[in-house]
Design a protein around this ligand. Sequence first.
Ligand code: SAJ
Length: 432
Amino acid sequence: MVGQVERVAEDGAVWGIVGLGYVGLPLAIEMARSGHHVIGLEISEEKTVEVNAGRSYIPDVDSGILSGLVDAGLIEATTDFSRASECDAIAICVPTPLDRMKEPNVSFMVAATESIAPHITAGTLVTLESTTYPGTTEEIVQPILESAGHKVGIDIHLAFSPERVDPGNPVYATQNTPKVVGGVTPRCTEVAVAFYGAFLETIVPVSSTRAAEMSKLLENIFRCVNIALVNELLVLCDRMDIDIWEVVDAAKTKPFGFMPFYPGPGLGGHCIPIDPFYLSWKAREFDFHTEFIELAGKVNEGMPYHVVERLMTALNTHGKALSGSTVLVMGVAYKSDIDDLRESPAIKVVCLLREKGANVVYHDPYVDEFAVDGLSVPRVDLTTEVCSGADIAVIITGHSNVDYDIVVSSAGLILDTRNVLKGRTENTIIRL
Ligand code: SAJ
C-alpha cells in the first residue's frame, strides 16, 4: 500500500507529539521546520501556554525560532488529547524514570498511549521514543492501541525510535543525529522510515522494535559502564599515588580502539544512571543477571561518598573537622554548561555533607535555586570573600562561564572533582 507510506510523509500530513520536554520540543521544531503542522499534546497546561506564546523552557530550543513557527501556525500545543484524531503520525516522548526500588516506572508511557488510543484514526503511525526495555513497544503500547479497536500493521502502524538528545551539545542536535527506527512489522518500519525521513537527515532502519529498544540501551550502558571503569580506576590510582587524569590523557592519544571517559563525583542526568536498570530489570525475566550494569551502578553510586571522604581528609590535614566547616559546592547541575539538576551527584554530596554537620553553600551560574531533601541550599555569588570564608571549596561540575581564578586566588582549600583546574599547581588544589 504505497499510499499508506506516503500519507504520513505527504506535504499536508499533520504530526503530533505527546510530551513537549527536552526531547519532544526540539523534535517539534524540526518537524515544523519541514513545513508540517505540529500538534503538541501535553498534560501540562503551563507548558501549552508557554509554547503557544512562543516561549521556550528548554535551553536547547531558541524562543525566537519557536515563536516564529508558532506565529506561522506550524506549531501549537494543547491539553486536548482528542486532537490526536487530526494527526497522521504521533511520536510519544515521555519520561521513563525508575521507582525507589530501581524498577521501571512505565506509568507515563501507559498514560500517554491511553490518552491517544481512543482518538487515533486508521492509517496513523505511532512511534515511541522514550528510552525503555526491549519489549515495551509490543508488550505495553501495542495492546493499548489494539484495545481501542485498531490492528497494528493493518490499519495503524507502530514503531520504536529512540531519542538521542545530548543536552547542550553544540554540534549534534535533533536534525543531524542519525535516527534508529524499528517497526512491529516490516510495513510499520517502512512507514516510520518515511515519516522520520521527511524531516531528519539520516534514518537507520532495524528489523524490529526490540532491536531499536536494545540499541538505545547499549548506547547508554556503554557510557555508564565505561564511566564506572574510570571511576574505579580513580580510587585505585588514588591509593597508588598515580594521577588518573594524566593516565586518561595519555591513553586517549591512542588513535584507534580507545575512547576517553573521565572520572567524577558520580553519574547524573535522566538517562545514564537510569536506563541501564531498565535492562537489568527485564533481563531477570530471562533468568539473566546483568552483572556489568549492577557493578557499574555500585561504583558510580559510590562516588559521592568518595568525594566526601576526600573532603574530610583534606580538612583533617589542616586540623579541621568536616562538622562545623563551611563547604562551598561549585557547580550543582549534572553536567557542564546546562541548568539540569536531575540525578546530579551534587544532591548526594550535599546530603552527606549535611549529615556530617557541615554548613553547605553553593554557587552555580545556571541554577538559581537548589534544595536537597526539601531544604534549600544557600546560593552565594563567587567573590573572594565567599571563597576565603569557606573552609573548603569543592568543584562538582565545571562550567565554562565561571572565573576559577577567583577561587584559586582566595580559597584556602579546593577539591577539584572534574580536573577543571588542570595545569594549576597551587598547593591549595587537591584533585579527586
Ligand atoms: N560523565 C562522567 N564522565 C564522563 C562522561 C560523563 O562522569 O566521561 C557524567 C556527566 O558528568 C553526567 C553523566 O555522566 O553527570 C551523564 O553524562 P552524559 O555526557 O552522558 O550526558 P547526558 O546524560 O545529558 O546525555 C546522554 C547523551 N550523551 C552523550 O552521548 C555524550 C547520550 O548518551 C544520550 O543521547 C542521552 O544521554 C539520552 O538522552 O539518553
